[in-house]
Design a protein around this ligand. Structure first.
Ligand code: ES4
Ligand code: ZN
Length: 314
């Protein structure tokens, strides 16, 4: 198994149908169905929004710190088997606050699981871009009592129509708190979303970024500055951002000298964990061992772990 870092992983997107049913029963939350085949049949998406609708609909089953602990532990056990040495994990606090779950329970459960895993882990708090910059600032304010539990902020959820620029101020506040800054950009949105995430938000790393290839000047900049791009091949196919894996721009990005790495995004929904993504790149795209090893090395270069720790993995 190729040792790698997973830098684009939504912990809520690791909620497998089995755990969904288990948590619903444990917490007395009603589901439309508890039939695993019927649940899996819903995992067929036409675009990002059709996925987000199901993702948000499933999350009310997460209620207690134990739920978040169990979810995170299950992911980390699976990630370990996938060769993951380092995981920088996203979570969506606004969803849980909206479901009436206190932030303390979310932090306690997730970081509690971190302490019991051999995988090197850190947490990145994502703002939901479709709820706007005011809600993001309010979320950062509520999270600051837990400042030592997370290392950065990100921006996720529905992209088109929700550009990065209005989030400039909350990203500035995050920077002032010494937090890392990443942002989803160029998944469904065009290259201008990637440019603004860099210029206006000061993003150090771009999540997805695949539509950057449409703009040669931007590609040159991403190469010159070695901006990390966390690409998620199976996610892009599942959300029909690309038609087939064989058409994916990842090999072209590598040829351009971009600092790209491979990630699973929401593995319970998109057909696999990071090892499954590597296997698909080999099988459907014919990528070579050398290319796959470069992608894995890139992931360690792109991660926020201290240099001493990185050296041990590479
Ligand atoms: C997400 Cl694939 C993706 N894109 C944007 N936001 C998200 N939240 C969870 N998965
Ligand atoms: Zn994502």
């Amino acid at each position: 198994m190729l040792p790698t870092a997973e830098l684009h992983l939504h912990i809520e997107g690791t909620l497998e149908p089995e755990m969904l049913v288990e948590l619903a029963a444990r917490n007395g939350v009603a589901l439309a169905t508890s039939d695993l085949d019927e649940l899996r049949a819903k995992y067929d998406f036409s675009d990002l929004q059709s996925f987000l609708d199901l993702y948000y609909a499933n999350l009310p089953v997460l209620r207690t710190d134990q739920d978040f602990y169990d979810l995170t532990s299950a992911y980390l056990a699976r990630a370990e088997r996938a060769g993951v040495r380092r995981a920088e994990i996203f979570f969506d606090p606004q969803v849980h606050l909206g479901n009436g779950v206190p932030l303390g329970a979310v932090f306690e459960g997730i970081t509690g699981a971190f302490q019991n895993s051999p995988v090197s882990t850190d947490l990145i708090l994502c703002f939901l871009r479709d709820l706007g910059p005011g809600a993001a600032a309010e979320t950062l304010r509520k999270a600051l009592p837990f400042r030592e539990r997370f290392i950065g902020v990100g921006l996720d959820s529905a992209e088109v129509g929700h550009p990065p620029a209005p989030f400039a101020e909350v990203y500035q506040q995050a920077a002032a708190e010494g937090l890392h800054r990443v942002a989803h950009a160029g998944e469904e949105g065009g290259p201008e979303y990637v440019r603004d995430a860099l210029d206006v938000l000061g993003a150090e790393r771009i999540d997805h970024g695949i539509r950057a290839v449409e703009d040669p000047e931007l590609v040159a900049r991403l190469r010159d500055e070695q901006v990390p791009l966390t690409v998620c091949p199976l996610s892009n196919v599942a959300l029909r951002v690309v038609d087939r894996l064989a058409d994916h721009v990842l090999p072209a990005m590598l040829r351009e000298g971009l600092l790209v790495c491979v990630n699973s995004d929401d593995p319970a929904y998109f057909g696999g964990y990071v090892d499954d993504n590597f296997a698909a790149l080999r099988g459907d795209l014919g990528m070579t061992d050398e290319q796959l090893a470069l992608l894995a090395r890139n992931s360690f270069d792109a991660c926020f772990a201290p240099d001493e720790e990185k050296a041990a993995w590479k």
